[in-house]
Design a protein around this ligand. Structure first.
Ligand SMILES: Cc1cc2nc3c(=O)[nH]c(=O)nc-3n(C[C@H](O)[C@H](O)[C@H](O)COP(=O)(O)OP(=O)(O)OC[C@H]3O[C@@H](n4cnc5c(N)ncnc54)[C@H](O)[C@@H]3O)c2cc1C
Length: 471
């Protein structure tokens, strides 16, 4: 990969116009730094086009001159995919934020790729509809980034991931042509579903510029419970019981270990333990119903669960403020791990029935390899997806030992991934591959990596779209 020549940069700047680009180090700095601090990058130019035509013009110049492009949305991705390594131009979609208007008969909403998820949720809400994707980064993550990582979040159990929520999309191809697949059709069998090529491609096959999203009716009622459970097995029994009693109304079923709750209570101001007794595991369950009565449904689930010994304590939020308090415990989990020293992170999935086995085996294997290491598995239990994060052992000099602990990332990841794969799982449930897991993907599934490479070769023969990411 070679850096663009001064002539190429001049052409790009002229095409973008004043306000459409920057090479000011102060402007660039936050965009070249990944949220977790794992990746720092560099770029000769930030391009900020304001329209699809503008994106297409930039990509056309890049294709002609062999200049590499890294698309970026809200820079909340967790695998380094959005960070350029030095020679690529950084193409930010954050000026392309147009939303709607919603089509409340078709239940769809057309948005530009730079629209922030929270704003999209609000636009749906204003039309008395719901866009159900929800995750802790929703105040910054953009629709283009969420599509490109096939983001999941806390409501996959009920609504699916981004792949299930996108009906159509528009993308600028690596040669600068625009493929317009924006459609609100729920049935369209004109050959293979091309939009799926771009969902989860992490910007390696083209640049998503707009999408048609599915909207849903707003639930009439909601109830949230925080429940202490004796084991992961018990939590899963409770999930199936909840489905029996509430059908499709269970919209989130999240797992937290006691150590994670302790981290939150220690480091997050204004938090408190909602229950009186300690338990090894907790579940945060969300029920949303089309008619009033969500709390009654949840109460019935908890009563039967308690009779069967699948929970030892629990509380149902009595107000919206309490619901938010309970959710804050769960959503602070990523943040508070930073306060506990180095954290080696895994985003794995296994079939739901194998999750207890996975957590038990992976915890034992990690503790054997690194005595004192503290596993903090948490997340989307209902989807068979936990973030199997491991905090460094407690020592006298945490700062010094942090570096030595993090140096073991690849070794520990291989141990954890081997167990997930043996149980029929995946090394990336929802965050993608990016730079972080590129070599691990090739090592653990070489044929998959080869097929992705062939696909990329077909669509991007010059290899200018986000090179070095995914494959
Ligand atoms: C606190 C926190 C919690 C999170 N929780 C979850 C969670 O529960 N579930 C989950 O799935 N994820 C979660 N994430 C990660 C999630 O992947 C990102 O939040 C989001 O999907 C990325 O959106 P973004 O706009 O920030 O994209 P970026 O970070 O800017 O980019 C992500 C990737 O997409 C590419 N890209 C960006 N925009 C485009 C575009 N328009 N066209 C083509 N490629 C593009 C980039 O090149 C990069 O490879 C979390 C992140 C944080 C920080």
């Amino acid at each position: 990969m070679t850096a663009p020549t001064p002539e190429t940069l001049s052409r790009l700047k002229a095409a973008l116009g004043p306000g459409g680009w920057s090479d000011d180090p102060v402007v660039l700095a936050p965009l070249l730094h990944e949220w977790r601090g794992r990746y720092e990058g560099g770029t000769p130019l930030l391009a900020r086009p304001s329209s699809t035509t503008g994106v297409a013009e930039v990509v056309r110049i890049c294709a002609e001159t062999g200049t590499a492009v890294v698309p970026q949305g809200g820079n909340t991705g967790l695998v380094g995919g959005q960070i350029p390594t030095g020679a690529e131009i950084l193409l930010s979609l954050t000026r392309m934020t147009r939303i709607g208007p919603p089509d409340t008969v078709n239940n769809t909403l057309e948005v530009q790729a730079g629209a922030v998820l929270q704003t999209v949720q609000q636009a749906a809400e204003a039309a008395e509809r719901r866009f159900p994707l929800s995750l802790a980064s929703e105040g910054s993550a953009t629709i283009g980034g969420l599509i490109s990582t096939n983001a999941g979040g806390v409501h996959v159990l009920r609504y699916g991931s981004m792949r299930d929520l996108v009906l159509g999309l528009e993308a600028v191809l690596p040669d600068g042509r625009v493929w317009s697949g924006l459609t609100g059709l729920r049935k369209d069998n004109r050959g293979p579903d091309l939009k799926l090529l771009f969902i989860g491609a992490e910007g390696t096959l083209g640049i998503v510029t707009a999408a048609t999203l599915k909207l849903f009716p707003r639930p009439a009622d909601r109830a949230v419970a925080f429940v202490a459970v004796p084991s992961v097995e018990a939590a899963l029994r409770l999930l199936r019981l909840a489905e029996e009693k509430a059908g499709g109304d269970i919209s989130a079923f999240e797992l937290m270990p006691r150590i994670g709750l302790d981290f939150v209570l220690r480091h997050m101001p204004d938090t408190r333990d909602p229950l009186k007794t300690r338990a090894p595991w907790y579940v945060l369950a969300d029920v949303e119903t089309a008619r009033p009565g969500a709390a009654d449904t949840l109460t019935a689930i908890l009563e039967t669960g308690a009779e069967r010994g699948w929970l030892s304590d629990g509380v149902i939020a009595a107000s919206a403020a309490q619901e938010a308090e309970l959710w804050r415990l769960r959503e602070s989990l990523s943040e508070v791990q930073k306060q506990e020293g180095g954290s080696i992170k895994h985003d794995i999935s296994v079939p739901v029935s194998r999750m207890a086995d996975f957590i038990r085996r992976a915890s034992a294997a990690v503790e054997a390899a690194c005595p004192g290491a503290r596993p903090v598995p948490f997340g989307h239990l209902g989807d068979g997806n936990v973030h199997f994060n491991i905090s460094q052992p407690l020592t006298e000099d945490m700062g010094r030992d942090r570096t030595a602990f993090l140096a073991r990332w690849e070794e520990i990841a291989q141990i954890v991934h081997a167990i997930a794969l043996e149980l029929g799982g995946s090394i990336s449930a929802e965050h993608g591959i990016g730079r972080m897991k590129r070599d691990e993907l090739a090592r653990t599934d070489p044929l998959r990596a080869e097929l992705i490479r062939r696909l990329k070769q077909a669509l991007d023969p010059k290899g200018i779209m986000n090179p070095g990411k995914v494959v």
